[in-house]
Write a protein that binds this ligand. Structure first.
Ligand code: GLN
Length: 238
């Protein structure tokens, strides 16, 4: 694609700091990749939990960010735009610096090491980060049931089932031993997983009122800040 970032029309920055913790003091600063997709919903959920959401479109936007969410949307578009905007390498550095990254749906595809060639309409293999040791298939639940909701048991919050919204969702086909499965469908298909500082969900927790995944991610971020500060600050390179 020859399109330069300047030719793209973006919405004006719509995530304003909540006025309480504009520089992240008193709240964790969480970047949300805001190239395309469902980023506003994540921001609303984060604000409700006292975190400060920041839209990330360019490498400099990652400065001062403690954790990053890659939202759902269209993985081919997100991947292409991330490449064009020079974000892939800075996000790799961010991950190497032990900062948590969470991909939801298309975001999970963006994190995946491998993308299988099967799945309805999912034959295109999008550009991606590839850090998480999972193989996913795009649009793997078929066109006729490409959106559905289901109650999941979460390994980290067993008090209540989690109502999960799947929209043309990918599916985790295989994972390495390094990956911990946090939730499965009743047929055993993994739909939420973690590998160290990486979190992936095939569904959209930001489209529900249940904040347990956002809370889980914020706890990953808190833990990483504590352990990074023990090891000395790691600077994210641009
Ligand atoms: N089907 C989309 C893709 O393959 C993902 C859908 C979503 O993020 N809700 O990129």
């Amino acid at each position: 694609m020859n399109q330069s970032p300047n030719n793209l029309i973006f919405k004006p920055p719509s995530i304003a700091p909540n006025g309480v913790a504009s520089n992240g003091v008193g709240g964790l600063t969480i970047g949300i990749l805001a190239l395309q997709g469902a980023f506003l919903e994540h921001a609303n959920m984060l604000r409700r939990l006292g975190a400060v959401p920041v839209e990330v479109r360019l490498p400099d936007d990652l400065i001062g960010v403690d954790g990053l969410i890659i939202p759902g949307g269209e993985s081919t578009t997100i991947g292409k735009l991330a490449n064009q905007f020079g974000l892939v390498e800075p996000i790799q550095q961010f991950i190497k610096a032990n900062k948590p990254v969470w991909g939801t749906c298309a975001g999970m595809i963006f994190l995946a090491q491998n993308v299988g060639a099967t799945g309805s309409g999912g034959h295109v293999i999008p550009p991606r980060l590839g850090n998480m040791e999972i193989t996913v298939n795009r649009n793997a639940f078929g066109r006729q049931v490409d959106s559905f909701e289901v109650d999941l048991e979460l390994s980290f919050a067993t008090d209540q089932l989690f109502r999960a919204v799947f929209i043309r969702a990918p599916r985790i086909e295989t994972n390495s031993q390094a990956v911990e499965i946090l939730a499965r469908l009743t047929d055993g298909t993994p739909v939420a997983a973690r590998q160290d500082n990486l979190l992936a969900t095939a569904f959209h927790p930001e489209l529900t009122d249940d904040n347990r995944f956002h809370d889980y991610f914020l706890n990953m971020v808190k833990t990483s800040i504590t352990s990074n500060s023990k090891q000395g600050e790691v600077v994210v390179q641009k």
